[in-house]
Design a protein around this ligand. Structure first.
Ligand SMILES: [Zn+2]
Length: 83
């Protein structure tokens, strides 16, 4: 699965419903660019539209923010180890 925004292969995803099969309108956060992606009706990973992002409920947006914060923290730690 490739991020439509940064073209990196996504190996670690955050789906709205954990453990369920990918389906249309699932929310997928790219762990490289933190872009918000979703599946279209043919299960192609596409960049989420502004409308889609607007429609994300507040608690979910909070979760996304926390998830991205955690990713950034982990990446900073990985970078620190390399230096
Ligand atoms: Zn990306």
């Amino acid at each position: 699965m490739e991020c439509p925004q940064c073209k990196q292969v996504i190996d670690n995803v955050m789906a709205v419903e954990q453990g369920s099969k990918p389906k249309e309108n699932d929310l997928i956060i790219c762990t490289m660019c933190y872009g918000i992606n979703t599946f279209d009706k043919d299960l192609n990973l596409v960049k989420a539209s502004d409308d889609y992002v607007e429609s994300i409920p507040e608690p979910m947006r909070f979760e996304i923010d926390e998830f991205v914060k955690d990713l950034k923290l982990r990446r900073a730690e990985d970078n620190a180890k390399l230096n």
